[in-house]
Write a protein that binds this ligand. Structure first.
Ligand code: HEC
Length: 129
């Protein structure tokens, strides 16, 4: 009995859902896909790619005390301030106890997401060096 009274509602619901998506379909196809659309849909480069191109110069060798990727103890200590703080400082740049970390590693065209990916890579990567 409970099912009987619920069933018509469900049918109407499904019908409405179908009507909605049918309405939205033509909109997405109205304008042709531009190169910019395609680029915007792509994921930002993986952390390692960003790191190798923009951060390795200082961080691989630990220039001015730059923490090396995968250096567990060093990162553990830095992580105490919170990952979001670390990412924010990497985006805005900061002067620490040992040296200066330039905003976005000195590459202003990097997006927040790309910097964040590079930071995650540095912290997650196993120590290879
Ligand atoms: C010119 C050299 C240089 C480059 C290039 C550079 N860094 Fe740094 N970075 C540093 C130094 C030096 C420190 C340590 C500063 C301190 O704590 O005294 C640092 C610290 C950091 C930290 C630790 C932040 C914290 O709060 O403890 C992160 C994360 C970081 N860098 C990420 C990056 C990323 C990501 C890139 C590339 C997009 C990058 N760095 C490029 C020099 C550099």
């Amino acid at each position: 009995m409970a099912f009987k009274s619920f069933f018509p509602l469900l049918t109407v619901g499904i019908f409405l859902l179908g009507a909605c998506s049918a309405e939205q379909q033509p909109n997405t196809k109205e304008r042709p896909e531009t190169k910019e659309d395609v680029l915007a849909e792509q994921k930002p480069p993986e952390g390692k790619t960003v790191y190798d191109a923009n951060c390795a110069g200082c961080h691989d060798a630990g220039v001015a005390g730059a923490p090396k990727p995968g250096d567990k103890d060093v990162w553990q200590a830095r992580l105490a301030q919170g990952l979001d703080v670390i990412v924010k400082k990497s985006i805005e740049g900061f002067e620490g106890k040992s040296g200066v970390m330039p905003p976005r590693g000195g590459n202003a065209v990097l997006s927040d997401k790309e910097v964040s990916n590079a930071v995650t890579f540095m912290i997650d990567t196993p120590q290879i060096k």
